[in-house]
Design a protein around this ligand. Structure first.
Ligand SMILES: [Zn+2]
Ligand SMILES: [Zn+2]
Length: 340
């Protein structure tokens, strides 16, 4: 079978490797769809802080179970599934205290260990989640980013009835906004420099859109939410300017959830964080419960995925997908690699 390998930033080859037959408790999955995400783009640019090369990418996938090893009971041949890409140690402090998703020795498939960008993938059945019968492979490959959004929203106050600012209307920001609404947020204001992305945010039902290149964010927040401003801000870009804007515009005593992956180290005003009693809260990955919540929100129709699915590339065109993402930055949202 063919397996994608990024040998150095920006360079992808395809290796011919044997299919690994599933052992006890494992399943063999025929991969159908792979989503390309912002973290993958960081790897493609050599800017992901925790990835070395060569690496086989792919962590947002859907596929069909081809073969089950002995003892597998939760899924069966023919099931459409997605895979949770974490490999954890099970013995460190986070693992033994309910936070295995931030295991001290965490290895994420596609970053620190082999990802799923191959025709077939073999893994432990307990990493696999069966998807509802009416879910499409495209939707299945987007459960992972929705789980990122659900986990981020679990890190602070209950979004129900709250006014929320989301910085960044890329795929993760958009999904964070939609998940917040799905969980009962009263109103979501989302920002981006791309009017295309803001248009999509409107299309999926987010309440207020702001382009900070034309509008003052502080004024826009007051106009949308009143002088009490937002109850919660989620930074979903991962650059200095948006982090700084989040800190500057946060209501005193509120939380900022740091969702974006920072390629460069930001210089921000921690003086304001101190003086305004702002809490900066990190969020990373997700747990199985976040996947379950993601699947539920998608099933209920609380999250519209279709408008975000902008592009498809064939498996052998992986490099072209990245070139396109670099060049079409503000027109592209979710780019898929198709293997079926
Ligand atoms: Zn991702
Ligand atoms: Zn651990």
């Amino acid at each position: 079978m063919k397996q994608q390998v990024m040998t150095e930033p920006g360079k992808i080859i395809f290796k011919d490797v044997p299919i690994i037959e599933p052992k006890v408790g494992e399943v063999l999955i025929k991969i159908q769809r792979i989503g390309v995400c912002g973290s993958d783009i960081h790897v493609n640019h050599g800017k992901h802080p925790y990835t070395s090369y060569p690496v086989t990418q792919g962590h947002e996938v859907s596929g069909v179970i081809e073969h089950c090893g002995f003892g597998v009971t939760d899924c069966a041949v023919g099931d459409l599934v997605t895979i949770q890409p974490q490999v954890v140690c099970g013995i460190c402090y986070p693992c033994t205290h309910g936070a295995y998703h931030i295991c001290d020795d965490l290895k994420v498939m596609g970053f620190q260990t082999t990802g799923m960008a191959s025709e077939f993938f073999t893994c432990d059945a307990d990493r696999v989640l069966k998807l509802p019968d009416d879910m499409t492979p495209d939707e299945g490959a987007m459960v992972e980013p929705v789980a990122v959004a659900c986990h981020a929203l679990s890190r602070s106050i209950d979004p129900k009835g709250k006014k929320i600012v989301v910085m960044g209307a890329g795929p993760i920001g958009n999904l964070v906004g939609q998940a917040a609404k799905g969980l009962g947020a009263e109103s979501v204001l989302i920002t981006d420099l791309s009017d295309f992305r803001l248009g999509l945010a409107k299309e999926v039902g987010l309440d207020h859109t702001v382009n900070p290149s034309r509008q003052d964010l502080g004024d826009a927040i007051v106009k949308a939410f009143g002088s009490d401003k937002a109850d919660l801000i989620l930074e979903c870009v991962g650059v200095q300017s948006t982090m700084e804007a989040a800190i500057t515009n946060a209501r005193k005593g509120t939380d900022i959830i740091v969702v974006g992956v920072f390629g460069d180290r930001p210089l921000v005003d921690l003086g304001l964080v101190q003086d305004h009693e702002i809490r900066l809260i990190g969020t990373a990955m997700y747990q199985t419960c976040d996947y379950m919540q993601a699947i539920e929100l998608i099933e209920k129709g609380s999250i519209q995925l279709e408008p975000l699915m902008t592009d498809h590339f064939a498996f052998e065109d992986y490099e072209k997908a990245y070139a396109y993402l670099d060049e079409a930055k503000d027109r592209a949202m979710k780019v898929f690699i198709d293997l079926d």
